[in-house]
Ligand binder design. Structure first.
Ligand code: NAP
Length: 300
């Protein structure tokens, strides 16, 4: 397919590379142009403007947040007016349910296609084309997008016909991961301060009741006190907690745990750690317990 791709951050860069590897013709645009160089040397066309990336069969956007998507789509000479009549905009950023509904309405009014397809998986999974694509939209549009989903992910899950349903599922999933990070951080703080080897604790958990990939990946990061570079930023995690709470608020659903975790991300960002990986919730829990994250205290 002929695909435009806007947003070459930690996720967008490897995703666009995988589209090229799968044989698609890819035209990339990024606000910071220097990030397009690697893509160009792998065969991508580089667009000078947002509009220049919108002339293909599909346009993928993989941008930080609502403001970035609004600017790219609705801004002057933005994507919506530049998209061809038969083109589909595939919104893969983690954005609000409300903005996804607005995008669906405005694309429909202007006769352009729109599907929502946020993803689960960190940049390493994006590089390995192992993302999980959570898709929603009209069946025939999703069918046209499937070759692109296959190029970047290991599986696609269709939620329904209304695009924003995919955004709700994605935000709810991130709420669950963040809840796990918070509880892992608290659990490791207790285990460490009790003098138990965190690696042994992790091995017991992940070999018995908690053998899921999320516990294995993040359990190891927290047990070893790692601070991964280039993963998922605290500032974006804060954005997702706010968006999950906004969706809950609109539906009158109390989510006290989400509120607590949102405040812990606020604490992290306020403390100058907005660019640190969100697994840093583990370090915050350790600090609250009066211990260093990666140093087991056997005498406490
Ligand atoms: P990132 O590394 O911060 O990249 C953000 C991208 O958005 C960059 O290309 C950036 O351009 C662009 N951007 C930001 N503000 C913009 C604006 N106002 N106008 C135009 N472009 C703008 O973020 P990421 O980690 O790739 O995440 C991208 C999306 O995927 C987010 O919605 C995130 O929540 C979601 N996500 C992330 C992960 C993860 O593990 N990282 C996993 C799943 C989903 P510049 O290069 O010019 O800054």
């Amino acid at each position: 397919m002929d695909v435009g791709f806007i947003g070459l951050g930690h996720m967008g860069r490897p995703m666009a590379l995988n589209l090229l590897k799968a044989g698609h013709r890819v035209t990339v645009y990024n606000r910071t142009r220097a990030k397009t160089q690697e893509l160009a040397s792998n065969g991508a066309q580089v667009a000078e403007t947002i509009a220049d990336a919108c002339h293909g069969d599909a346009l993928v956007t993989m941008l930080s947040d609502d403001a970035a998507v609004e600017g790219v789509v609705f801004g002057e000479e933005g994507a919506l007016s530049a998209l061809g009549r038969k083109a589909i905009h595939i919104s893969m950023s983690t954005i609000s349910v409300a903005l996804s509904d607005r995008l669906a309405d405005e694309h429909q009014e202007s006769g352009r296609g729109y599907v929502s397809a946020p993803v689960f998986g960190r940049p390493e999974a994006a590089a390995a084309a192992k993302l999980f694509v959570i898709a929603a939209g009209a069946d025939q549009m999703l069918a046209r997008c499937q070759p692109l989903f296959d190029a970047i992910g290991q599986a696609t899950f269709v939620v329904g016909a209304r695009p924003s349903e995919a955004n709700l599922v994605k935000l709810t999933g991130n709420f669950l991961i963040a809840s796990m990070l918070e509880s892992l951080g608290e659990a490791f703080a207790l285990v460490r301060k009790s003098g138990i080897d965190p690696d042994r604790f992790l091995n017991i958990l992940t070999s018995s009741l908690f053998s899921a990939p999320a516990y294995r990946t993040y359990g190891a990061i927290i047990a070893e006190g790692q601070d991964p570079v280039g993963g998922f930023k605290m500032s974006l995690a804060l954005k997702d907690m706010r968006l999950a709470l906004a969706a809950a608020d609109a539906r009158i659903v109390p989510m006290p745990v989400a509120s607590l975790i949102r405040d812990h991300f606020v604490e992290a960002v306020a403390g100058g750690n907005g660019d640190a990986d969100w697994s840093g919730l583990g370090r915050l829990a350790a600090r609250r317990a009066g211990i260093e994250a990666a140093t087991p205290s056997r005498n406490a």
